[in-house]
Design a protein around this ligand. Structure first.
Ligand SMILES: Nc1nc2c(ncn2[C@@H]2O[C@H](COP(=O)(O)OP(=O)(O)OP(=O)(O)O)[C@@H](O)[C@H]2O)c(=O)[nH]1
Ligand SMILES: [Mg+2]
Length: 285
C-alpha cells in the first residue's frame, strides 16, 4: 500500500515510467486506490482505415497548442502501423515539448476474455489524476464490443469515410445512436461531401438526432481540425445518450460479473449435458 501510494505520487508528479507501470498493474488486475477525479473522456470509433489515428494525431496537435495534455488509450490497434504505434511514432517525431504533453498506450482485448471493463475506469481515473486533461479512447469498428468501450466516455465521436457502406454499418450496429458527433474524414476525396449531406439529411427527419453535429475533416491536409475541436469542447452532455451509455456500462459490468463467476464453466457443462435447464442455470449463477 505504501509502495503503491509512493508510485501514485510519483506518477502524479509527472513520472511517466511510474504511470506506465501503474497502468500495467491495473491491466493485470491490481486494484489501485484512487481519489476520484472528474475525467474528461472522448470515445472515438469507426470502421477500419477511415483515418481515426491520423485524425487523433492532428487533434492532439491542436489540443497541445491550446495548452492541454492529451492521453490516448488505443484499444486493439488493428495493425502495428496504426493505432498506438502510429501515434507513438508521430509523437517521437514531433518536438520534445509537445511529446511531454502526449501519452499513448495500446490495449489488447484478447488479453482480457471478460472484456476491458474492470480496469478501463481505473485507467481513466489514474490518467485524469495525473493531469491528463483530454483522454481519448480509440477503438476500431462499430460492433457491440466497441459500443461497450466507447460507452465509458462521456462524449462519443464516430469517424467515417466517404464510403456509404461504412456508414450503413454504423447505423446497423447502433453506434450512430450513441454518438454525439459524426466526422466524415478524408474530405479531400470526392464522395465526402455527399456522405456528410446524406447523414445530415437522415438526421433531419428524427427529432432526437436533429441537433447532432456532422463535420467534415481532412486529417491528411489538416483541414477542419480546429473547428472540430471547438465543437467537441462545446459539447453538452446529452441526457438521452448518457442514459444509453450508462445502460451499456451496466450491461458490460454485469456480463463481466457473470463470466468471472467461478462456477460459470461447470454450470455451462451441466447445461450442455441437459442436467439443468436455463432457469436453473440462472438460479445457480
Ligand atoms: N485521403 C486521405 N487519406 C487519409 C486521411 N486521413 C487518413 N488517411 C489515410 O488513411 C489510411 C488509414 O489511416 P489511419 O489513421 O491508420 O486509419 P484508422 O481509422 O486509424 O485505421 P485503423 O486503426 O486500422 O482502423 C492511412 O493511409 C492514412 O494516411 C485523409 O484525411 N485523407
Ligand atoms: Mg487506428
Amino acid at each position: 500500500m505504501g509502495l503503491i501510494q509512493e508510485s501514485i505520487d510519483l506518477a502524479i508528479n509527472g513520472n511517466r515510467r511510474e504511470l506506465a507501470r501503474l497502468l500495467s498493474s491495473i491491466e493485470s488486475g491490481a486494484r489501485i486506490p484512487l481519489k476520484t477525479s472528474k475525467p474528461w473522456v472522448l470515445g472515438v470509433t469507426g470502421p477500419p482505415g477511415v483515418g481515426k489515428s491520423t485524425l487523433i494525431g492532428t487533434m492532439i496537435d491542436e489540443w497541445v497548442s491550446r495548452g492541454e495534455k492529451v492521453a490516448v488509450l488505443a484499444v486493439d490497434p488493428s495493425s502495428p502501423k496504426s493505432g498506438g504505434a502510429l501515434l507513438a511514432d508521430r509523437m517521437r517525431m514531433s518536438s520534445a515539448d509537445s511529446s511531454k504533453s502526449v501519452f499513448v498506450r495500446s490495449l489488447a482485448t484478447r488479453n482480457h476474455p471478460g472484456g476491458l471493463i474492470p480496469f478501463l475506469d481505473s485507467m481513466i481515473n489514474l490518467l485524469s489524476l495525473c493531469g491528463w486533461s483530454r483522454i481519448i479512447i480509440e477503438t476500431v469498428g462499430s460492433g457491440q464490443s466497441e459500443i461497450r468501450i466507447v460507452a465509458f466516455a462521456d462524449r462519443v465521436m464516430l469517424v467515417d469515410g466517404p464510403d456509404r457502406g461504412d456508414i450503413i454499418q454504423a447505423e446497423k450496429a447502433g453506434i450512430m445512436e450513441l454518438a454525439d458527433l459524426i466526422v466524415i474524414n478524408k474530405s479531400d476525396l470526392p464522395n465526402a461531401l455527399n456522405a456528410s449531406n446524406s447523414i445530415k439529411n437522415s438526421f433531419s427527419y428524427s427529432e432526437k438526432d436533429s441537433n447532432k453535429m456532422v463535420l467534415l475533416t481532412s486529417a491528411l491536409n489538416n483541414e477542419g481540425i480546429s473547428d472540430l475541436i471547438n465543437e467537441i469542447e462545446r459539447l453538452k452532455i446529452n441526457n438521452e445518450r448518457n442514459s444509453l451509455r450508462m445502460k451499456e456500462r451496466l450491461l458490460s459490468a454485469w456480463d463481466y460479473l457473470l463470466l468471472s463467476n467461478p462456477s460459470f464453466n461447470e454450470i455451462l457443462l451441466d447445461l450442455e449435458s441437459g442436467k439443468i435447464n436455463l432457469d436453473e442455470a440462472l438460479g445457480r449463477l
